[in-house]
Design a protein around this ligand. Structure first.
Ligand SMILES: Cc1cc2nc3c(=O)[nH]c(=O)nc-3n(C[C@H](O)[C@H](O)[C@H](O)COP(=O)(O)O)c2cc1C
Length: 138
C-alpha cells in the first residue's frame, strides 16, 4: 500500500502543474504584478468612524502583502462625503485630509513588492430614498 506521504506528494505535484502560472508575473497596464494572486475587496469595518485608516486596517492589508499577494484591492472607499458613504467604518478617499493615510498604506505594502489598488465606491441614490427598482412604469 502506498504511504500517505507519497499520496500527498503526487497530489501536490498535480496541483503544482495545474496552477503553475499563478506564481508567474503578469503585466497589468504599465505595472507588473509579481504573481497572479489577487486579494479582492472585502469590507472589514477596520476603518475609523471619521474615515481615516486605523493601524488595524493597515496591518490587515500589510499581513496579506507579507503573505505574498501580488495585487491587493483595498475595500470600498468613499469618493464623495457625506452622501456617498454607506458604511460606518468605510475608509474615505474624497479629500486631501486622507492623503497621509493612503500614502502610509501604499508605502507599507510596497515593502513587500505588492501592487495596491483601491475600490472607489459611492452609495448612489440609496440614501436619498430613491429605489429605482420599485418605481412604477409610466
Ligand atoms: C465579508 C465580505 C465583505 C465584502 N466586501 C466587499 C467590498 O467591500 N467590496 C466588494 O466589491 N466586494 C465585497 N465582497 C465581495 C467579495 O469581494 C467577493 O466575495 C470575492 O471577490 C469572492 O468572489 P466570489 O464571492 O464571487 O467567489 C465582500 C464579501 C464578503 C464575504
Amino acid at each position: 500500500m502506498r504511504k500517505i506521504q507519497d499520496k500527498f506528494e503526487i497530489g501536490f505535484r498535480h496541483a503544482e502543474s495545474m496552477y503553475d502560472e499563478i506564481f508567474e508575473p503578469i503585466k497589468i497596464g504599465k505595472k507588473e504584478s509579481k504573481n497572479r494572486v489577487i486579494f479582492p475587496p472585502l469590507s472589514t469595518n477596520f476603518g475609523r468612524e471619521d474615515g481615516h485608516l486605523s493601524e488595524l486596517f493597515i496591518k490587515h492589508y500589510e499581513t496579506r502583502a507579507k503573505g505574498g499577494v501580488g495585487l491587493l484591492i483595498v475595500e470600498n472607499s468613499c469618493v464623495s462625503y457625506p452622501e456617498g458613504k454607506h458604511g460606518a467604518y468605510e475608509p474615505r478617499i474624497d479629500s486631501w485630509d486622507f492623503y497621509e493615510d493612503w500614502r502610509t498604506i501604499a508605502k507599507r505594502l510596497k515593502k513587500y513588492d505588492s501592487l495596491i489598488s483601491v475600490e472607489l465606491t459611492h452609495q448612489g441614490w440609496g440614501k436619498k430614498g430613491v429605489n429605482f427598482l420599485s418605481e412604477k412604469k409610466k
